[in-house]
Design a protein around this ligand. Structure first.
Ligand code: SF4
Ligand code: SF4
Length: 183
C-alpha cells in the first residue's frame, strides 16, 4: 500500500492551522524546522490579482530521491505503507553531509534547526496516529477541509489523478504521493 495526501487548493486560505497543529503534535520548537510548510503564490497586478497557497509536507514519494542521496542510509521507505522515515540518530548532521537530502528533494521537505550540525527531521505522516488508524493531525486541523490523506489509490478514486497545482510541479523522478484540486 502507498499512502498519500490530497490537497484542495481552492479551499486553502493559508490560515496556518495545519502547520501549527503539526508543530504542536510533534513538539517542534519555534523556528525554521517546519514539517508542514505553507507556500504562497501571488501573480498579476491590481485589480487583476491571483493568490494561491500550497501545503509543503514530505510527499512520501513513490521513488524517493532523498534515499540514494543519503550517504549513511538514514532515510528509508516503509514497505507496508510507503511512509518515508528518517533515522535522525544515524544522520550525519547538516554540516558534515552538506544537506545532501535537502539538495536532492525537489520539494525542500528535509528540515534542519538552526544549530550547527543539526540532524535531519521531516514529516512522518504522523506515524503514531497512523498506527491507531488516525489521519495526520494536519488533516484534522484544517478548518476548510482542504486536506485529506490515506491510501493513495483511494484518494485517486475519490478525488481524481491531478498531479499539478499552482506552485507545484510533479517530478517524474521522485513521484510524490499527492493529488490535487488546483486553483
Ligand atoms: S518529498 Fe522529498 S524528502 Fe519527502 S520522500 Fe520525496 S524526495 Fe524524500
Ligand atoms: S543530512 Fe543526514 S539524512 Fe540528510 S543525507 Fe545527510 S546524513 Fe542523510
Amino acid at each position: 500500500m502507498q499512502i498519500g495526501f490530497y490537497f484542495d487548493q481552492t479551499r486553502c486560505t493559508g490560515c496556518g492551522a495545519c502547520q501549527v497543529a503539526c508543530k504542536d503534535w510533534h513538539d517542534l520548537l519555534a523556528g525554521p524546522e517546519k514539517w508542514m510548510r505553507i507556500l504562497y503564490t501571488e501573480k498579476g497586478k491590481f485589480p487583476d490579482v491571483f493568490v494561491s497557497y500550497l501545503v509543503g509536507p514530505c510527499f512520501h514519494c513513490i521513488d524517493p530521491v532523498c534515499i540514494p542521496a543519503c550517504p549513511v542510509n538514514a532515510i528509508s521507505k516503509r514497505k507496508e505503507d510507503g511512509i518515508v522515515v528518517v533515522d535522525s540518530q544515524a544522520c550525519l548532521g547538516s554540516e558534515a553531509c552538506d544537506f545532501k537530502c535537502l539538495k536532492a528533494c525537489p520539494y525542500d521537505a528535509p528540515q534542519f534547526d538552526q544549530e550547527l550540525g543539526s540532524k535531519m527531521q521531516k514529516c512522518n505522516f504522523c506515524l503514531d496516529r497512523w498506527a491507531e488508524e488516525k489521519l495526520p493531525v494536519c488533516v484534522e486541523a484544517c478548518p476548510t477541509r482542504a486536506l485529506d490523506a490515506g491510501s493513495l489509490q483511494e484518494l485517486e478514486s475519490r478525488y481524481g489523478q491531478v498531479r499539478e497545482a499552482e506552485g507545484f510541479s510533479y517530478s517524474k523522478r521522485t513521484k510524490p504521493a499527492v493529488v490535487f484540486k488546483p486553483k
